[in-house]
Design a protein around this ligand. Structure first.
Ligand code: HEM
Length: 216
């Protein structure tokens, strides 16, 4: 079935199924979930996420007059403060910026997505709905693997929005209420695929240095 016959949120999910499977299979993610990444490796990941979320959250706040941005934006989802709190746990005295071509390319694409809110919504969906889905399990696995007792994993804590399931349903309903044309739906789905590719590139960049990030 072509994704343009689906409601926007279903088209986004169906259109990125293959890309999602690829992201789940990345070596950095697998090692992380097996508890084999060191604090330095997790810090390297968090620093890249910091670059991405700083761009996402700046663009979101600046374009609230766009109906697509208004449909998805919610300050209670914002992750920048949580990432900084987690960095304070993992690397209290370290830098808060990283030289990462993959993160910079992702941030540049986020800034470019301001050209049309549908593009921004594609990026917003890919990160935050992922954080509210598989991300929740990832947070629990990290907690166990590193014996964290809740410390250093504020990134996965979305207490401010309540239960993820009803939140995600309402989020999808807001997307579907935008009444996008088939052409617009296609454009959004194409950008979701781009967003997954940018995440994949982040994992690949980290994966290239895997021996450096392995736990002793
Ligand atoms: C090991 C890594 C991952 C696992 C185990 C995982 C697992 C899952 C699971 C189980 C769901 C469905 C949850 C539900 O039905 O509510 C989900 C949804 C989702 N994931 Fe992931 N995921 C992973 C990585 C990623 C990555 C890297 C991204 C993108 C950056 C991502 C983006 C999404 C999105 C956008 C959804 C929502 C799909 C929708 O309902 O429209 N995931 N993930």
């Amino acid at each position: 079935m072509t994704t343009t016959l689906l409601a926007l949120s279903a088209a986004m999910r169906e259109g990125s199924r293959t890309e999602h499977e690829a992201a789940e299979g990345s070596s950095f993610m697998s090692e992380l979930l097996d508890g084999r990444i060191s604090p330095a490796g997790y810090t390297a990941y968090l620093l890249r996420l910091r670059t991405v979320y700083a761009a996402m959250e700046t663009v979101g706040r600046q374009h609230l007059d766009d109906p697509f941005v208004a449909a998805v934006h919610d300050v209670d989802l914002e992750r920048l403060a949580a990432i900084d709190a987690d960095l304070d746990h993992w690397d209290p005295t370290g830098p808060r910026q990283v030289d990462s071509p993959a993160a910079e390319a992702y941030a540049a694409r986020l800034h470019a997505s301001a050209a049309w809110g549908g593009l921004f919504a594609a990026h917003h969906y890919t990160r935050y709905l992922g954080d509210l889905s598989g991300g929740q399990a990832i947070g629990r696995i990290l907690d166990r693997a590193f014996d964290l007792d809740g410390r250093g994993i504020a990134f996965y804590d979305f207490a401010a929005i309540g239960k993820p399931k009803p939140y995600k349903d309402a989020y999808r309903a807001r997307l579907d209420a935008l009444g996008t044309s088939p052409e617009e739906t296609d454009r959004v789905v194409a950008e979701v695929k781009v967003a997954f590719g940018l995440n994949q590139a982040l994992f690949e960049e980290l994966g290239r240095d895997l021996p450096r990030w392995r736990r002793a």
